[in-house]
Design a protein around this ligand. Sequence first.
Ligand SMILES: Nc1ncnc2c1ncn2[C@@H]1O[C@H](COP(=O)(O)OP(=O)(O)O)[C@@H](O)[C@H]1O
Ligand SMILES: [Mg+2]
Length: 259
Amino acid sequence: MAYLEVRDLKKCYRTRNGPTAVLGGVDLTLEEGEFVAVVGYSGSGKTTLVSLIAGLIAPDRGEILLDGVPVTGPGPERGIVFQQYSLLPWLSVRGNVALAVDAVNPGMPASARRRITDEFIALVNLTPAAWKRPRELSGGMRQRVAVARGLAMRPKLLLMDEPFSALDALTRATLQDELLRIWAERRSTMMLITNDVDEAILLADRIYPMTPGPDAVLGPAIEVGLPRPRQRRHMSLEPAYQKARQALVEFLRAARTTR
Ligand SMILES: Nc1ncnc2c1ncn2[C@@H]1O[C@H](COP(=O)(O)OP(=O)(O)O)[C@@H](O)[C@H]1O
Ligand SMILES: [Mg+2]
């Protein structure tokens, strides 16, 4: 069994205007220490999939197992980084990260919790801004706090739902490079949701394309054969990059025209 097993996940929202069949039987696996991306058009059901794995909503059918344990609700072993800033505005960078560290380590001495908090703030290069409040930070810095907070909980799985899509292109590239470095250092198990094909190829070991809804499903995973460490500068010239990109784009295009 894989570290994360998602089997035949079906989800329909019942609204006043009738039901919306969003996911039609999603299958996905993720191994420990792996970086997997899910790529799809907006409105496909990507956030719905993340919300199900996070345990924030329940599926109509199917199951999710993380490390052999069924997901039945939210839990600290699954960290989430949302698209929009989700920091507490009245707390500093330190306060936001410390809150998460304290929550998952209630019995730990304060000095050890402080050390973990500082370690993860340093990991995202925010030590000089540790005492700033969210409103004093740029969008990129805020998302780095969210990444630090998610990782500082030392989750079994870090879920990231379009974490960089609200950022300008230059900032987005910087954060992608940072995430690449962090994953290389930590080998955390990560699942990235994105609508950016190049972001997925730069970061992921494997990529699942998602068909547009209703009843969205994932296509077969596409292996990214690019060696690591990766560098964006030379990436687009590599045959492995072109192969992964072509497979992904072709699947997404075909999935759209058959709807
Ligand atoms: N809570 C909800 N109630 C009803 N419909 C929803 C809800 N959340 C999302 N949807 C609908 O489900 C579809 C998929 O949404 P979402 O999972 O957010 O897609 P994505 O993240 O890929 O853009 C969309 O048509 C959206 O309008
Ligand atoms: Mg979404």
